[in-house]
Design a protein around this ligand. Structure first.
Ligand SMILES: Nc1ncnc2c1ncn2[C@@H]1O[C@H](COP(=O)(O)OP(=O)(O)OP(=O)(O)O)[C@@H](O)[C@H]1O
Length: 891
């Protein structure tokens, strides 16, 4: 256990003798022993002993000592005024922070003031604007294991709340990967691998217990059993809510604004697991900020509001698989693209909206101030204008958006009537409510005003009465109002003046009338300030009662913002409307793209070369060859990104695209060591591959960027071949396979529904020129050495490599009987070798595999059956070695 957590040992030793304040600190540390307690002392949050050391180190502040009758304690304090930036560092260091505030005014007590933990700040429960990234959701997830595995995901700052469940941990892992939660809590029996890699926080197991969870959920939503599909979901939702309540420090229990829970089935969306999301570079990584432009989400983001920004990511994260819903979004995007005026004006209006999801959440948690309410009102002002702009839309989607844009006029009017236009930030010191809003308040403010006016005129009238021209009326915070007369004029002071204060050269007085007026002002002011606070709280809670309507409004605004953004991008970057149909629709077979572009790379590449894609039941697998840097990876990702955009409801960077719904995109690209997880590059690669072979369907799109790179060429090839055949014969998924194994082109040539594509390059006197143009057939050389030369590798090394290549080429080839003539069945020099041209069939009609059918087949079989996910690296190596021996002995 971390010694910075829980009550400090040094204090435990003198538990009975601690001063009352330290005893209070000790108690709170014992009560919140899972969090680092920050303890308010005046204007600072203090930590003591080991916790102080952590705070000092992490926040880079000075460690001091506190000395009292019981001893010396290390102490570190952070200023309350900008506590957030320090707390952020503690969160980064993996701590949860319990904030213990003074909950009593010092004057209310003769002893030590009461303190209570008012909030527990954890990475997944942030609500402070300063700690949150406005552009993305901050999710807390709970995973519960039962008959099924349930998963609940909640963004406390916005109220976004989802639940789902599945029979297998992999599906839940995929869903978690999609939401990328900042913090996860796991119930008993949840497999550790499932939550590996996330910030996992301990939480009481009882919260996951089904009865208790059902009660918690029922506190928020009627009939949990009807809303949610399994006990595991109820358990996860109950736990996530309990944790959210825990994070409020137990001050108030319920989070009233949580009134919408979306229960979904993972099968309702295209599946994108964490691997695919990362390798396709859909979003910025959580840890890296500021490179948004280089991601899909960055490039297609023309949203005007934080609401829309987050919604856009949601859409890209969960592309649809219902062709009608997709078409409805496309209709709206098309209409907005063509109607430039409406699009631009709506965009302009949306720029004026505030982040109402977070506003409503603050209002619901009783943390909103008067300025927040004014921001809400300013947002509501926009609604009628947007409705007017969307006057008479043609498509169903925009009509429904218009319909759902409820101006909530009553809420708007209430705020406008009640809250001043430029209210104070503080809510207890007046200056927030319009006096005209309440009769009593108006009277009190009038008394105050009249009193002050009287005092203002006092100077002139007293000067006249006394004949003292230098007489002054003033005010100070200690003595209140006074009349000041210099010593030279003291003889002219009237009798009714009472002495208040003596200065060096003057005396200060008051009169009974001045005193009476002053008391009246003070009383009126104090009462008015209290009254303003009461009225404000009432208004805030009336608005909070409308949370559900406000959240629904936020959802429509977010939706509209994304549609407008998609339309803007379509217009600016010349995207076109894709056709997306269901699997039973004969109109489209597979994926057809004409002149497709990579949405991100085309932004940085002045002359991006568009390419076609044609994958169908007759040409399911395309093996893509070409030298390094020729554009293989870019092309494969481009196909996936076009599909994602299309199914998310956007237009796509292509002249034309027709897509038969894709249920899931798998990627196996790039290679990285999972050092933390103790897995080699090869092991990571094989695990991902195993997952693909297990889960891909006929409706899936599979991208393989070199397979078996982390092992010997012969093994790598054997695996690549077996995988290609399996995907082709058994799975039937649409597959793009980029490879440097030229022998694989021979394999593809023999498979009925496989095809070869290659990237053209030309060798000139200056080096290799990449045409980035995808042709049918196979590349005839790798140009690896030439690329190395272009990259600036030492000339001597390049020359030597050329020499080695010239000498060794025949032997350097992997095992197999490939000859150049055989390996290039689709001659790229053929006049009509473009895409869509029919591929010459296999001459013999039988497969000429590198290995004889029996042995190769058996090896492939064994690879297929191997449970790579559960093997240790050593077992994998041993298996490979034995397979290799078998292939060698066959040679
Ligand atoms: N269609 C294209 N038009 C213009 N430039 C392109 C195109 N495709 C790729 N490029 C450029 O070529 C570079 C290399 O592309 P890419 O990484 O896709 O090559 P590769 O063949 O996958 O290389 P390797 O085999 O080394 O992984 C890209 O960074 C991009 O700048």
């Amino acid at each position: 256990m971390d010694r910075a957590l829980g009550p400090p040992e040094k204090m435990a030793e003198r538990r009975e003798d601690l001063t009352p304040m330290m005893a209070q600190y000790f108690e709170l540390c014992a009560q919140y022993d899972q969090a680092l307690v920050l303890f308010q002392v005046g204007d600072f949050y203090e930590a003591f002993c080991e916790a102080a050391e952590v705070v000092a180190r992490r926040c880079e502040i000075t460690l001091t000592q506190r000395e009292d009758s019981t001893g010396e304690y290390a102490m570190a304090g952070i200023p309350i005024d900008n506590a957030e930036s320090y707390i952020d560092r503690l969160l980064d260091a993996g701590y949860r922070v319990a904030v213990a505030d003074q909950v009593q005014e010092p004057e209310e007590t003769t002893g030590v003031v009461d303190r209570a933990v008012t909030r527990i700040i954890t990475p997944g429960t942030l609500t402070e604007d300063e700690l949150l990234d406005g552009e993305r959701n901050n999710y807390l997830a709970a995973v519960a294991a039962g008959e099924r595995i349930g998963c609940a995901v909640l963004d406390i700052s916005t109220g976004d709340f989802y639940a789902t469940s599945a029979n297998d941990p992999e599906t839940v892992a995929d869903e978690l990967g999609r939401f990328d939660p900042a913090e996860v809590i796991a119930g008993p029996d949840v497999p550790a691998e499932l939550v590996e890699g996330y910030t996992v926080s301990p939480f009481e197991e009882e919260a996951f217990g089904i009865e208790r969870a059902r009660e918690t959920v029922a506190d928020y939503f009627q009939a949990p059993d009807r809303l949610l599909a399994s006990d595991a979901e109820i358990s996860a939702c109950g736990a996530v809510l309990a944790y959210a309540e825990y994070a409020r420090g137990g001050t108030e229990d319920r989070l009233d604004y949580l009134n919408h829970l979306t229960r979904y089935d993972p099968r309702e969306y295209m599946l994108l697991d964490a691997v695919a999301i990362e390798s396709l570079e859909l979003f910025e990584r959580r840890t890296v900020h500021g490179h948004g432009e280089a991601t899909l989400s960055g490039v297609v983001d023309e949203t005007a509001s934080a609401l829309g920004r987050r919604e856009l990511d949601e859409w890209l994260r969960r592309p649809l698989i219902d062709p009608d819903e997709i078409a409805a979004r496309h209709d709206a995007v098309g209409e907005l693209r063509d109607d430039v005026r409406t699009r631009e004006q709506v965009h302009e209006q949306l720029r004026d909206i505030y982040d109402i999801e977070r506003l409503v959440s603050r209002i619901g948690r009783g943390r909103a101030n008067a300025r927040d309410l004014r921001s809400l009102k300013a947002t509501l002002d926009v609604i009628p204008r947007v409705r007017e702009l969307l006057d008479d839309p043609e498509c169903e989607k925009l009509r429904s958006v218009r319909e759902r844009l409820d101006p909530l006029a009553d809420v708007r009017t209430l705020i406008d009537d009640a809250i001043r236009e430029d209210p104070d930030r503080e809510i207890t010191e007046g200056g927030i409510i319009n006096p005209s809003f309440d009769e009593e308040l108006a009277e009190l403010r009038e008394t105050e005003r009249a009193g002050k006016e009287w005092i203002e005129s006092l100077e002139a009238s007293e000067r006249e009465r006394t004949g003292i021209d230098s007489l002054k009326v003033g005010h100070n915070s200690v003595h209140g109002y006074y009349i000041e007369v210099t010593d030279a004029n003291l003889d002219r002071v009237p009798e009714d003046y009472e002495r208040r204060q003596t200065l060096k050269n003057a005396e200060r007085y008051y009169t009974p009338e001045l005193k009476a007026r002053e008391d009246e002002i003070i009383r009126a002011e104090a009462r008015a300030d209290d009254l303003e606070y009461e009225l404000f709280s009432e208004v805030r809670s009336t608005v909070a009662d409308r949370s559900a309507d406000l959240q629904a409004l936020a959802a429509v605004l977010a939706e509209l913002d994304v549609l407008v953004s998609f339309a803007t991008v379509a217009a600016e970057h010349e995207y076109s409307r894709p056709v997306v149909v269901g699997p039973d629709d004969p109109a489209v077979d597979g994926i057809y793209v004409e002149d497709g572009r990579h949405p991100v790379v085309e932004q940085t590449q002045s002359s991006f070369v568009p390419n076609d894609t044609r994958l169908s039941s007759d040409e399911r697998v395309a093996v893509i060859t070409g030298p390094n840097m020729s554009g293989k990876s870019t092309y494969m990702r481009q196909v996936a990104l076009i599909v994602i955009l299309a199914q998310a409801g956007g237009f796509v960077p292509a002249k034309q695209a027709r897509i038969e719904l894709v249920d899931r995109i798998f990627t196996r690209v790039g290679a990285s060591d999972d050092i933390a997880g103790g897995r080699s590059t090869f092991m990571v690669e094989m695990t991902e591959l195993a997952d693909i072979l297990d889960h891909a369907t006929e409706q899936s799109l599979v991208l393989l960027d070199e397979v078996g790179r982390g092992t010997s060429t012969a093994d790598g090839f054997a695996i690549a071949q077996a995988v290609t055949e399996f995907l082709h014969d058994e799975v039937g998924a649409l597959t793009l396979f980029a490879t440097h194994h030229h022998d694989l082109t021979a394999v593809a040539a023999e498979l009925e529904a496989a095809t070869n594509r290659y990237f053209e390059t030309t060798q000139t006197a200056e080096g290799v020129v990449f045409e980035h143009d995808l042709l049918t057939g196979t590349a005839d050389a790798s140009y690896g050495v030439e690329v190395a030369a272009t990259a600036g590798i030492e000339q001597a090394v390049v020359d030597r490599a050329r020499e080695v290549l010239a000498d060794d080429t025949p032997d350097a080839r992997p095992a197999g009987d490939r000859t150049n003539g055989q390996a290039n069945p689709d001659d790229p020099t053929e006049p009509d070798a473009g895409l869509g041209a029919s591929r010459p069939g296999s001459e013999s009609g039988t497969r000429q595999q590198a290995a004889p059918e029996s042995e190769g087949g058996a090896v492939a079989e064994e690879i297929r059956d191997a449970d790579v996910a559960t093997m240790t690296p050593l077992e994998a190596m041993n298996l490979l070695a034995s397979l290799q021996r078998r292939l060698e002995s066959r040679d």
